[in-house]
Design a protein around this ligand. Sequence first.
Ligand code: FES
Ligand code: FES
Length: 177
Amino acid sequence: MSKMHVKLTVNGAAVEGLAEPRTLLIHCLRENLGVTGPHVGCETSHCGACTVDMDGRSVKSCTVFVAQAQGADVTTVEGLVNADGSLSVLQEMFREHYGLQCGFCTSGTITRAHRFLQENPIPTEEQVRFGMAGNLCRCTGYQNIVKAILAAAEMMNAQDKPSSTEGVGQQKVETAE
Ligand code: FES
Ligand code: FES
């Protein structure tokens, strides 16, 4: 199949290269760009391990072709850290509240939680559970994930910075092209 010239912004860095249009975004990120935060789980849009933020929406990158992502602004868990490289409030709360065990789901879960909190900065527990329903975790039983997200919301609101993880700390990514 012929290749297309793909241009993306990934974690704040402009990247471009040739790829088959049917290449999945998750494979482009991991294999071509070396952005290995998003994980490959089911590859059928069920588990959420591959979740990234694309143009302000959570997407499962195993179900997005690079042709569909042309020109998009993509943020992965690597791009959610603070400008100085320290963990964001949300990432810290996952650590503090044991919102992860094996960590396989974690990058997708945190990336989804980041977007969820942008959309709903003062969520109820029920809203967190509903908003996170697309991200499966085989380890934690979800309780600590919910606690972490609620704690992050509380801290971010207390700091009066409901969007404190939005658009900050984005790291440059070198392309493999
Ligand atoms: Fe994409 Fe499971 S790998 S949803
Ligand atoms: Fe292991 Fe979620 S921490 S799958």
